[in-house]
Design a protein around this ligand. Structure first.
Ligand SMILES: [Ca+2]
Ligand SMILES: [Ca+2]
Ligand SMILES: [Ca+2]
Length: 806
């Protein structure tokens, strides 16, 4: 085995010199024995699912080929055919990252065939691993005879020191720098089938679950404590606030021993996290949108940072447009049928890039923020990064002119006209616009200085310092001269949250039920996990935004307390269990099927990683005067002996109900806890108990059932003979403290009483006109009010048989 640097000719020569050794080691009866627990790590190695899981090696910019399915298979109905190869490395590739492990031995088999008439009589092929960067290792080789299926069959051991976070297997011909000089020898088409890599099963992924309480009971910031989220952008729709965030949790990888993750790598992030709330304290986790990357909604983009969203009716249909930064170089948009999708791409190339008129001198064409004016005209704000070196040196620090405003057309997925400069002082990134009382507010994050901005110049008086949120006020959404600058609306978050929480920021503003709110991020959850050292994993926060009489903004103070809960939580409905005010030790996972609360096309999650001692909680739940009689959970038991305890007001508060999760392991089922004494407004804690050291169960939904309201009444019935006929008598006494209506109903007649006083009786003796009647039932219907609510209580009473004479 030999590492080689693909772009280094010397390394390549060394690699070729070892091929003979590799072949000697890899072939024959001496191959390492296959363990019983070994697993084939290749998916769809026989191409019977077409090209699923396969793509063309793209390790170098010059690599390229066409990959298709062919019925000329070694086995089964399909094989892969690779044509139009541009380099010797251009061949079918499968990603084995996270599957292969350093220090492990694997057996690789595959079938390969080439047929081109002008090719050589025999040809060597390699199975090669790309470990990222310029590190390639030939694993197994075979020399094929033209027109015949040849078999790779060898073993390879990954060196113990090899980094395997990127490990991509592909098939190729021996390297040469200029294969185009003899394409028949170097760039022939070939077919591939029956690929397998057998060895130790993939390691279980390290847990990302956040074990600490990251959002403290009683506090409302950060918004969630079980995952991260940055660059939050608020959208108000149909009585809820939706927050769209850069998925900082995507690359979070805490070391199992130390609990400390490597620093955040923005290049890993191609998902957007969505949460929503109707009260700004209890947030529902809607999971992640796979926006970019090979399996993304917009696979022609690689990253999804800093989302911005708006809604607009297009051709009579309300749609949701989610804009995002494709790294620093461009911006794009995907379209949703609702705030929770489904999501589609109306574009096949990026929305904002080097072709966008007026954006030529913007270094980073990212951070797109949409705004739709009252007249329906949409705008997009974007840009940031280093000041253009073509700018006057005196302006580069204070007026870098690196942010732009541009009109969107009616489709919302294309721009029109030329971008205008937003001359925001000391600007760096994160442009955002909202409108209030006829005026437009542009806010943005300021830069930290340095050579990108002309050296060690000083901000002008009143201009922002580094990493602050400044703002401008204008009468025109496309006109932002420096004279519209209005000040700093939020200092750097480290001023409020202390050591380890500095760095950049990214804000939005939304109006919800008459108040304005300001969103920002701070690595406060990261800080609670790791103390004062943070690794850049950011969490969403919200504060209320207040205005002075002249329309300027009162500077925001960042707090853990956050905003007031807008309304009490309604427990009397089916709601997603992935809704928390606070939580400890749990994670969430997407599960199949739609959401019981948000509809069949919305994503649904379950609460997972529930261990003995973990809990989830809801803030300020209103059970009403009459209270709850039970709560039902949809659960999937993972072990015997788990229990859900319902507590009020703290994780150690009184237990008001318990449900045993004694349903069949592995199956979704409902369990119910009967409740006692649950009335009024309380925080509710679901605390989880069971055997230690195992995942107990998962939870999909909750639903509380209201206590049934009953009007107190005592009913009796009898039968007797009067004058040769049987009479059935029914009596109902009003045991309440207010008048009620009472209706007495029998097979022999009915009678209603409009207002029976407290303690009084409704009584009627019904003549059956028969000398004998069998036993039967009477119905007593009581109507009244409890706590201002109309209530009907229906009671049934048995009367005995009656007879005259005999
Ligand atoms: Ca096959
Ligand atoms: Ca746990
Ligand atoms: Ca759920």
């Amino acid at each position: 085995m030999e590492q080689r640097m693909r772009r280094a000719t010397r390394g390549r020569v060394a690699a070729l010199a070892t091929v003979g050794l590799l072949l000697a080691a890899g072939f024959g009866a001496g191959a390492a024995p296959v363990q019983a627990a070994d697993t084939n790590l290749v998916v769809n190695g026989g191409f019977e699912d077409g090209l699923a899981n396969w793509f063309v090696n793209n390790g170098n910019a010059s690599d390229g080929a066409q990959l298709s399915a062919t019925s000329d298979a070694y086995a089964g109905a399909n094989a892969a055919l690779v044509t139009s190869r541009t380099t010797t490395g251009s061949g079918p590739m499968q990603d084995l990252s996270g599957k292969v492990q350093a220090g492990q031995a694997y057996t690789l088999t595959a079938r390969i065939k080439y047929e081109n008439a002008s090719g050589p009589a025999t040809k060597q092929f390699f199975a090669t691993m790309h470990y990222g960067g310029g590190t390639y290792t030939n694993l197994v080789s075979v020399t094929a005879t033209k027109g015949q299926w040849a078999q790779f069959n060898g073993t390879f051991t990954i060196p113990a020191t090899q980094t395997v976070s990127t490990a991509r297997l592909f098939f190729e011909t021996p390297w040469t720098a200029t294969p185009s000089t003899d394409p028949d020898l170097h760039l022939m088409d070939f077919k591939l089938d029956d690929v397998s890599v057998v060895g130790a099963a993939p390691p279980a992924p390290a847990s990302k679950t956040i074990e600490v309480v990251g959002k403290l009971p009683g506090e409302h910031n950060p918004l969630i404590g079980h995952k991260f989220g940055a660059d939050g952008f608020g959208l108000v729709h149909d009585g809820r606030v939706y927050m769209y965030m850069t998925n900082d949790t995507q690359g979070y990888a805490p070391n199992p021993a130390t609990g400390v993750s490597p620093g955040i790598n923005y290049g890993d992030i191609n998902q957007i996290t969505v949460i929503s709330s109707a009260d700004l304290v209890n947030w529902t986790d809607h999971g992640e949108i796979q926006v970019a990357g090979p399996n993304g909604v917009a696979p022609f983009t690689a990253n999804s940072w800093a989302p911005g969203i708006t809604k607009k009716v297009v051709n009579g249909v309300e749609k949701f447009f989610l804009y995002y930064a494709n790294g620093g170089g461009s911006s794009n948009v995907i379209t949703g049928a609702s705030p929770l999708g489904p999501w589609t791409s109306e574009r096949t190339s990026t929305l904002i890039d080097g072709r966008t008129p007026g954006a030529e001198n913007v270094a980073w064409k990212f951070d797109p923020a949409p705004f739709v004016d009252d007249d329906g005209q949409p705008y997009l704000y974007f840009g940031g990064g280093p000041a253009s070196t073509s700018m006057p040196p005196a302006e580069r620090f204070n007026n870098p002119k690196n942010i732009r405003a541009i009109e969107l057309d009616d489709t919302m997925v294309a721009t029109q006209g030329t971008a205008a400069v937003v001359d925001a002082p000391v600007a760096f990134e994160a442009g955002h616009v909202f409108k209030r009382q006829g005026r437009y507010y542009f806010s943005y994050s300021s830069h930290f200085g340095g050579n990108d901005f002309g050296g060690s110049q000083q901000p002008l008086p009143g201009y922002p310092g580094g990493g602050q949120i400044g703002y401008l006020i204008s009468d025109n959404p496309m006109s932002w001269p420096k004279e519209t600058y209005a000040g700093v609306l939020f200092p750097n978050q480290s001023q409020f949250f202390g050591a380890g929480t500095g760095g950049n920021n990214h804000q939005s503003v939304f109006e919800f039920e008459g108040k304005y709110y300001f969103t920002y991020h701070a690595p406060t959850l990261n800080k609670r996990i790791n103390g004062n050292t943070t690794q850049g994993y950011r969490s969403p926060h919200i504060q209320e935004l207040a205005f002075n009489p002249d329309g300027t903004i009162q500077q925001v103070v960042g707090t853990y307390a956050g905003v007031n809960q807008v309304r009490d939580f309604d427990p009397y409905r089916v709601f997603e269990a992935e809704t928390f005010g606070w939580s400890k030790g749990v994670a969430t996972t997407k599960i199949d099927g739609g959401s019981a609360q948000f509809g069949g096309t919305a994503p649904n999650l379950a609460v997972r990683d529930i261990d003995n001692g973990d809990w989830t909680a809801l803030s300020s739940v209103d059970f009403g005067d009459n209270g709850a009689q039970s709560v039902t959970a949809k659960v999937r038991a993972l072990a015997a002996g788990g229990q859900i305890q319902v507590r009020l007001d703290s994780a150690t508060g009184p237990v008001v109900g318990t449900a045993a999760v004694d349903t069949p392991v592995g199956q979704w089922a409902e369990v119910t806890a009967e409740l006692a004494g649950v009335t009024g407004v309380h925080d509710v804690y679901f605390t989880y108990t069971g055997p230690a050291g195992v995942d107990l169960f998962e939870i999909d939904t909750w639903a509380f059932q209201a206590a049934t309201l009953e009007l107190p009444v005592t009913v009796t019935a009898s039968a007797r003979c009067v004058g040769g006929k049987v009479y059935v008598a029914v009596q109902a006494r009003n045991d309440g403290d207010a008048p009620v209506g009472i209706a007495l109903e029998t097979a022999y007649g009915e009678r209603s009483f409009a207002a029976v006083a407290p303690g009084a009786n409704a009584y009627q003796s019904f003549n059956t006109r028969a000398v004998s009647v069998p036993a039967g039932s009477a119905t007593v219907r009581v109507t009244g009010a409890i706590g201002g609510q109309d209530v009907t209580t229906v009671r049934t009473v048995q009367h005995p048989a009656g007879t005259c004479g005999g």
